[in-house]
Design a protein around this ligand. Structure first.
Ligand code: AMP
Length: 461
């Protein structure tokens, strides 16, 4: 946050200055400061920024200003600004931002995402809209039925482009691009720049201004990170132990799978911690309810898979807990970025069992520092800390990429389990009967009964 500049310096009109004031913003964030003047001049933009940097206001404020400075009569079914987001949650939040910032302006907003009835969405588009925030799938559905037209789009925003690609939306995006007018204002935001994202940038942007805030693989400085080594079987107890601390007010707990999220939610409920799980198997209304309960402080914890958590914008998350470490270091960076948003501080605690140590090392390599270890906790496991287990990382990554197209970190993460087979070749012969169940058992290895230590020592040896 730059303390020397104000929103007024950015040449925003009075009603927008009032709305940022109402939102409680005092100074523009770095991306807002760097982006808003260029966008008001109509320059194309490539913004390398994660959620939490204030990027939504960075594009919605100048786009709203451009709309009101160039008033046009609405044309039925036509939209002037199109914002594409990868997830429904993010679409809802971006739409909310436009509502908040444009509260005193005469702009008509529309929102379209899948998993719910299209009827209200069709109605809100029938007379035309100034801004449409949409996810690609539902937008294509509406387009194919003739309920919306894109040939009057003046400005196009592709938000979280890297996530779009991860989730397999490239073909949908190309179809949508083909329907947009050639001459338009283009904005693309991405948390990271992979070659595929680069191709998209070249296909969409014309002579863009490039602004990068928080490099993709750096962890926010304000986040206090730590790791707790713990045996798998004791993760639950450790979690309950942490929740005895009242400082854990608004906590996101990450698991790798939907099943894992449900299990943690059940356990926390038993332990008397108000919490809900949020993942792709939950209905849209269940997800929205969980989110609003969480936002309103009725829940202390939200247990989420990576896909479900994307785009969740909840202020003042006090803690992020990685109940399971992700196998992709960038996912770690995304996860912990849920706390310490827009200049506040936050805590990120990662549980690390013996099998996850290789993930931890990868994360530390990417964030270029080691994560401090908390030894002073009742479930500390030397075994986990000193584990030499080495999941075949290359195989992991290949699996991750292959699966990510199909749209699920759950699948990706699921792909992480066979590693146990991979790292234990010599056991293959002795356990062929267990072949199918071995993966399932991956989750229960450390349970009492000896198989955990057996397997662990087997790997080390
Ligand atoms: P975003 O990166 O767009 O997801 O925004 C992250 C959070 O920062 C949102 O909760 C915004 O309300 C908040 N925010 C955006 N701009 C500012 C600002 N200039 N000052 C303080 N908070 C902000």
């Amino acid at each position: 946050m730059n303390t020397n500049s104000t929103f007024a310096d950015l040449k925003l009109i009075e009603p927008l200055l009032k709305s940022v004031q109402r939102s409680g913003y005092v100074h523009p964030t770095p991306i807002q400061k760097q982006v808003i003047p260029h966008l008001l001049e109509g320059r194309d933009l490539l913004g390398i920024a994660q959620t939490g940097t204030g990027k939504t206001a960075a594009f919605s404020l100048p786009l709203l200003q451009t709309l009101v400075e160039n008033p046009k009569r609405l044309v039925p079914k036509h939209v002037r600004v199109l914002v594409l987001t990868p997830t429904r949650e993010l679409a809802i939040q971006v739409h909310e931002s436009f509502q908040t910032y444009g509260a005193s302006l005469r702009v008509k907003l529309a929102l379209a995402f899948g998993g719910v009835s299209q009827v209200p969405q069709v109605q809100s588009l029938s007379a035309g809209a100034d801004v449409l925030v949409a996810t690609p799938g539902r937008l294509l559905d509406l387009l194919s039925q003739g309920y919306v037209k894109l040939d009057a789009v003046d400005a196009f925003v592709l938000d979280e482009a890297d996530r779009m690609l991860d989730m397999g939306f490239i073909h949908d995006i190309r179809k949508i691009l083909a329907l947009l007018p050639k001459k338009r204002h283009n904005l693309l935001f991405s948390a990271s720049m992979a070659p595929e994202t680069d191709r998209l940038v070249n296909a969409i942007l014309v002579n863009p201004v490039k602004v990068a805030v928080t490099p993709p693989s750096s962890t926010a400085e304000l986040i206090q990170q730590s790791v707790m080594f713990v045996d798998k079987a004791q993760k639950r107890e450790l979690l309950a132990h942490l929740f005895a601390d009242k400082a854990l007010k608004r906590v996101i707990i990450f698991t790798r799978t939907k099943h894992g999220a449900n299990k943690v939610a059940e356990f926390l409920a038993q332990a008397g911690v108000a919490s809900k799980a949020i993942h792709g198997n939950k209905s849209q209304s269940a997800r929205q309810n969980a989110l609003s309960d969480f936002k309103a402080g009725r829940l202390r914890a939200l247990i989420a898979t990576d896909i479900a958590a994307r785009g969740i914008d909840v202020d003042e998350i006090t803690h992020v807990i990685n109940y399971e470490l992700p196998n992709e270091p960038e996912t770690y960076v995304h996860r912990i970025g849920r706390t310490a948003r827009a200049g506040t501080s936050g805590v990120a605690i990662s549980f690390c069992e013996a099998e996850e140590i290789a993930y931890l090392r990868l994360i530390e390599k990417v964030i270029k520092k080691s994560v401090p270890v908390v030894l002073d906790q009742p479930f500390h496991s030397d075994g986990a800390q000193n584990s030499k287990m080495r999941p075949p990382v290359q195989q992991q990554n290949r699996g991750a990429r292959g699966n990510s197209r199909q749209g699920g970190s759950q699948q990706r993460q699921g792909g992480s389990q066979p590693r146990q087979g991979g790292s234990q070749p010599r056991q293959g012969g002795s356990q062929p009967r267990q072949g199918g169940s071995q993966q399932r058992q991956g989750g229960s290895q450390s349970r009492p009964g000896g198989s955990g230590s057996q397997q662990r020592s087997g790997v080390r040896g």
